[in-house]
Write a protein that binds this ligand. Structure first.
Ligand code: SF4
Length: 419
């Protein structure tokens, strides 16, 4: 750090400068310290960004990674009614869909031919679902495309599958692994505080069960991501406690590949639209979003190297700022983003590799394609810019959209109770 930065540190609030100095000395920062950082202002606020950026550079250098992947949300029919979810439909609703396995495989194959190394499979929880649906989907995909990575099934889905199969989490995860699941998304975490969960998503997987699924997955060799949804009813204290919980799990298992702060998309979210809770926010403020990524980087330093920002939620320009505030991973090309789009996000359903590379280069960093487990597949140090397969697709309407999908008759969900 230069002399000028030293003088900024000397003039900073002593509490903040002490926390940041300990961070730069690679010490562990407590949840209480994290909360102090949330209360910063003025120059102190900017120093937090500088320090997060510096420890990001130490951990992962100047590379910004991304994965070429496709989301396949094979059904939107769900027995739960999470207050933030505008994607799901009740099984009686007209707009419920369920993709047949052939269509799921076709989508995976199409993505693979366009360079995707991963399919991310998550969906609603349809009533009367057979317990082996997830396994059958994975087997069918791996049968056709053995080398595609299946990043599939949130802890909520794992719990549902185990319950529908009348088996333990441990046994069910082993079955999923055997059928081809490679890693799990650490979604359905929202905020790991039971009282808050009972408010924003009553009936959703409990904190205890979420932790149980994640730890069991890690123990049997299935890595997962980790996430946090913020900018709704939670306080900064809830956030830092959530991050500290994730860190404790990581110390025990080492199974998380990344941490992803997910900004609440409010406009179509039922709990916002129907004013279900007093004081509900419209997602994080700009300052909040920057601080959340920086504080995650600082608190998870030495434990989780990869902090991902969500271009779907933040857009391209805010994503660039977040990459300068502690984030190092751009996430995926997605191809069929539906969850945030249905909640009102307007940043699109797909980003092509060439668009990701441009966004990364505009801030002077080096784009690199990774696989799901963060192995670098290809660095793009110089802008050679030959088009990748996905870049060559002229008309993205070939991938379909959520709005179209919920209207297609042949994919309409058929309630087994009516047959
Ligand atoms: S978030 Fe998942 S579990 Fe909750 S309503 Fe939506 S699809 Fe269902």
């Amino acid at each position: 750090m230069s002399v000028n930065i030293d003088s900024l540190f000397r003039n900073a609030d002593p509490v903040i400068s002490d926390i940041l100095n300990r961070t730069l000395s690679e010490k562990e920062i407590s949840a209480k310290d994290g909360l102090e950082l949330y209360n910063s202002d003025g120059m102190d606020f900017h120093l937090i960004g500088l320090v997060a950026d510096e420890i990001r550079r130490r951990r992962v250098g100047n590379i910004v990674t991304y994965v070429v992947n496709r989301n396949i949300n094979f059904t939107n029919v769900c027995i739960k009614q999470c207050g933030f979810c505008a994607f799901s439909r009740d099984f009686r609703e007209e707009e419920g869909y369920f993709l047949p396995t052939e269509e799921i495989v076709r989508r995976a194959k199409e993505a693979h031919q366009l360079g995707a190394t991963e399919v991310c499979i998550q969906a609603g929880l349809p009533p009367d679902m057979e317990g082996d649906v997830y396994e059958n989907i994975c087997r069918a995909i791996k049968n056709e495309i053995p080398d595609i990575h299946i990043h599939g099934f949130s802890p909520e889905e794992v719990l549902y599958g185990a319950t529908r199969s009348n088996t333990s989490i441990d046994e069910y995860l082993k079955r999923l692994k055997e059928s081809g699941v490679d890693t799990l998304p650490g979604t359905a975490a929202e905020i790991l505080d039971q009282k808050l969960r009972d408010k924003i998503s009553p009936g959703r997987i409990s904190v205890k069960d979420w932790v149980d699924v994640i730890k069991t997955a890690h123990k049997i060799g299935i890595n997962t991501t980790s996430t946090m949804m913020f900018g709704h009813l939670e306080t900064p204290q809830d956030r830092v406690e959530h991050i500290a919980k994730i860190r404790e799990i990581q110390k025990e298992t080492g199974g998380f590949t990344e941490f992803v702060p997910l900004d609440f998309i409010h406009s179509e979210a039922p709990m916002y639209k129907h004013e279900l809770h007093e004081g509900i926010k419209q997602g994080g403020s700009g300052k909040d979003v920057l601080l959340t990524h920086a504080i995650a980087r600082i608190m998870l330093n030495n434990y989780i190297d990869n902090i991902q920002m969500s271009w779907v939620k933040e857009g391209q320009k805010m994503s660039q700022l977040l990459l300068m505030w502690g984030a190092n991973d751009f996430g995926g090309t997605l191809i069929n983003e539906s969850i945030s789009t249905s909640a009102g996000s307007e940043h699109g359903q797909l980003l092509r590799p060439k668009e990701i590379k441009r966004v990364v280069r505009e801030i002077g960093r080096i784009p690199a394609e990774r696989n799901t487990k963060y192995k670098i597949l290809k660095r793009f140090d110089i802008a050679d810019e030959h088009d990748e397969e996905l870049d060559k697709v002229k008309d993205v309407s070939q991938f379909g959209s959520y709005v179209e999908l919920i209207k297609i008759d042949k994919y309409k969900y058929k309630n087994p109770r009516n047959e």
